[in-house]
Design a protein around this ligand. Structure first.
Ligand code: HEC
Length: 196
């Protein structure tokens, strides 16, 4: 047997053996044409997103902090009666409300909620959120109405339930109240800033 023939035979055995030898579990589809040098790097052990076993379940009996413990009533009238803002009026909550408003609401409603957002008039102009109607909601303690509008939508305004967490919705409600105050500061508000 000459050298050339021997090399050929050894080579052929080696190549044909690779597939089986490296990883019998490799599907033919992948290994048909390629010599897989480092199968561990080709076939990652990492769990894919949403894969069974990859998702962590919350500890039994615990409730995520931002989760609502009640369901949102179907009607706005019902929400007006039963839902109250559960959050404290802190600067952090207000700031977050502003952030969420500026992401999701400002485009249509404008920076003070006056209905002059950037997409108007290409999109239908919303009513002003500085209206006596909305101020009246707050005056009557019916902030649940605004929470309901964000959660369920109103006429052509869509629901933001999938984009905005319930607690962030309440923060937006809080921010709307601050916008009213910003547009119509009380004598006290002005005094606080005088001379500063
Ligand atoms: C795509 C544009 C658009 C976006 C974004 C949007 N709205 Fe609206 N919104 C409207 C329109 C249009 C109406 C009027 C709906 C109607 O005819 O009742 C409305 C109505 C409202 C009302 C009721 C006003 C009234 O006088 O009855 C509130 C409160 C409100 N929006 C709050 C929000 C908040 C808070 C956000 C952000 C989370 C938001 N909207 C995002 C378009 C929008």
């Amino acid at each position: 047997m000459n050298h050339k023939l021997a090399t050929l035979i050894v080579g052929a055995v080696f190549i044909s053996g690779c597939r089986f030898y490296l990883d019998p579990g490799i599907s033919m589809k992948h290994s048909e044409n390629n010599f897989i040098y480092m199968p561990d790097m080709v076939y990652s052990q990492a769990i894919k997103a949403q894969e069974e076993g990859g998702m962590r379940y919350p500890v039994k009996g615990t409730i995520p902090r931002e989760k609502l413990l009640y369901s949102i009533p179907e009607t706005q009238d019902e929400a007006a009666k039963t839902l109250k803002n559960p959050l404290k009026k802190t600067f952090a909550n207000l700031k977050r409300g502003q952030e969420v408003f500026n992401i999701y609401c400002i485009a249509c409603h404008g920076s003070y909620g006056e209905g002059n957002g950037g997409v108007v008039p290409k999109y239908p102009q919303p009513p002003s959120l500085q209206s006596d109607k909305i101020k009246g909601y707050f005056a009557k303690g019916e902030e649940g109405r605004v929470f309901h509008i964000i959660s369920k939508g109103q006429n052509i305004m869509p629901s933001y339930a999938t984009q905005i967490e319930p607690m962030d919705r309440w923060k937006v409600v809080m921010y709307l109240q601050a916008l009213h105050r910003a547009k119509n500061p009380t004598a006290e508000d002005i005094k606080a800033y005088e001379g500063n």
